[in-house]
Design a protein around this ligand. Structure first.
Ligand SMILES: [Zn+2]
Ligand SMILES: [Zn+2]
Length: 172
């Protein structure tokens, strides 16, 4: 979704504020694509100030996908907010100082919102901070039930010692 700041015909000191409904592309965290929805849309505020426009966006985002530890379907809710300055004249501005989401006073609202959602998210999505994840050996969901892997690993170590003939020394 693109918003042309020229079309708003704002004079100095004036503000444009509107809620837009918007679809955002999936966000990728740790190699997993997560679906992001904005059930209340995105609020875009544009302030005409000296030398340009201040563009602010704010949205509540619900992000859906698998927990990074146990793979259970998970939803995380975040508030995404971002502010960009768009100068009316590019003179005196370094390319790196300018927003990547504003070109010729046309704002890529969808791109800007998606970026803000990514920034608001944690590095990895988990169903809960206490999630125990899956057993790396048998794949058992350790939140549901403990598996026998850890106990077996212990047995195997004792078995090795017995094979090596340390059994008698270790015994009472
Ligand atoms: Zn989990
Ligand atoms: Zn296991």
């Amino acid at each position: 979704m693109l918003l042309d700041l020229n079309d708003l015909s704002l004079r100095a000191g004036e503000r444009h504020e509107r809620v837009y409904s918007l679809d955002v592309d999936p966000v990728v965290l740790g190699g997993i694509a997560y679906q992001a929805l904005l059930p209340e849309g995105v609020t875009v505020t544009v302030d005409r100030v000296a030398g340009g426009f201040v563009v602010s966006i704010s949205a509540m985002a619900r992000v859906y996908g698998p927990c990074a530890r146990c793979l259970a379907e998970t939803m995380v809710e975040v508030t995404a907010e971002q502010q960009e300055f768009a100068p009316t004249a590019r003179d005196g501005w370094e390319g790196s100082d300018l927003s990547a989401f504003v070109e010729d006073l046309i704002v890529d609202v969808a791109g800007l919102t998606r970026e803000a959602v990514v920034l608001a998210l944690p590095e990895r999505l988990v169903c809960s901070e206490e999630c125990r994840g899956l057993c790396p050996q048998c794949g058992q969901d350790l939140n549901v039930e403990k598996c026998a892997c850890e106990a077996n690993a212990g047995d195997e170590r004792w078995q090795k010692l017995r094979e090596l003939g340390f059994d008698d020394e270790l015994g009472p």
